[in-house]
Design a protein around this ligand. Structure first.
Ligand code: ATP
Ligand code: MG
Length: 307
């Protein structure tokens, strides 16, 4: 093989294999440091036709494997997306899931909680939206906001109306433990949980906010509040780091996905989902002998129909 072919081969392997997702997968978070993760990382690869083609192929693979998930009707997949504003949650979800059958997939976006939500425990509103067997559920933000925005803006806790004696400095650790217990429970029930933190840099966020101001078609996305929230960047970074440290488990790992280059983010997310589903060894249900006989009689009936 000549050197340039060899290089292309190495690159293709890197794009296709689990090697692409491994650097971003956190299964044990104890030593995790956000500073070690480069939001602009692309593993030395460029945005290219090849990367586009690969995403297209991934989307097709996902579509095939989702059919099996649905037909088998045993496992469920819960995908959680968390990020700072403008990291690209919406567009990743839109692109990566563009090929899946909407009948077996539902997206829920969790914004500021309603009065009804606030009258319940913090897992209540998301629990109602968990995917049923055979389905893929996507949470665009999630119960993790309870250890992120609520932690950064502690005054939000007051609107949750918890008994005063339960609001101590241990509350974040308790919530993180409760989330771990909840996700372990989901795992025991056949709901596979995968969590994506789309890691964008402060610089790139600024760039994206500016393009929301400059480009007429993006004006609608601009929010003054998002710019204000940038002032808390370091507090959020600390809260995210602590969250990843405490809630990364082999059963429900976090993927800290570089998000400064959207094409790369999509590729990593798509690969992680496919890899997860492939591990489940999904297959179409096989019919037994009695059912086969039924199929045969149905075939006969159809052929006996008058023309
Ligand atoms: P986009 O900006 O791309 O439309 P988004 O997810 O940022 O998507 P917004 O309506 O801008 O949607 O923001 C939702 C807001 O709701 C976020 O600021 C988030 O922190 C907040 N939020 C979500 N869950 C909670 C919660 N449990 N308590 C308080 N605030 C929450
Ligand atoms: Mg927003």
């Amino acid at each position: 093989m000549n050197p340039s072919n060899r290089e292309a081969e190495i690159k293709r392997k890197r794009l296709e294999g689990p090697g692409l997702i491994k650097p971003y997968e956190v299964k044990h978070g104890r030593k995790f440091r956000l500073d070690d993760c480069d939001p602009a990382d692309t593993q030395g690869l460029d945005a290219s036709q090849e990367a586009d083609d690969l995403l297209k192929r991934d989307i097709e693979r996902l579509s095939d494997i989702q059919q099996k998930l649905y037909a088998q009707d045993r496992w469920a997949l819960l995908l959680i997306f968390q990020a700072m504003d403008a990291a690209g949650k919406d567009s990743v979800i839109r692109h990566v899931m563009s090929g899946v059958n909407p009948q077996g997939c539902q997206v829920f976006s969790f914004k500021a909680p309603s009065t009804e939500d606030l009258s319940h425990d913090f897992l209540w509103r998301t629990s109602k939206c968990l995917p049923q067997r055979g389905h893929i559920g996507i949470f665009n933000r999630s119960y993790y906001e309870e250890v992120l925005v609520v932690r950064v803006h502690r005054q939000l806790l007051a609107s949750e109306r918890m008994p005063k004696e339960l609001v101590t400095k241990k509350i974040w650790k308790q919530r993180l433990d409760d989330i771990n217990a909840f996700e372990a429970y989901l795992g025991h029930e056949g709901v596979v949980v995968r969590k994506f933190f789309l890691h964008v840099s402060k610089q790139e966020q600024k760039h994206r906010f500016l393009s929301r101001l400059d480009e007429a078609d993006k004006n609608w996305k601009f929010s003054q509040a998002d710019v204000k929230e940038r002032e808390y960047w370091d507090d959020y970074a600390r809260a995210y780091e602590d969250m990843i440290r405490h809630t990364s488990t082999p059963e429900a790992p976090w993927y800290v996905v570089p998000a400064d280059h959207k094409w790369f983010t999509r590729l990593v997310v798509a690969s992680a989902i496919i890899h997860t589903l492939e591990q489940l060894n999904l297959s179409f249900p096989r019919v037994d002998r009695d059912q086969k006989q039924e199929l045969e009689s149905a075939r006969k009936l159809l052929f006996q129909e008058p023309k």
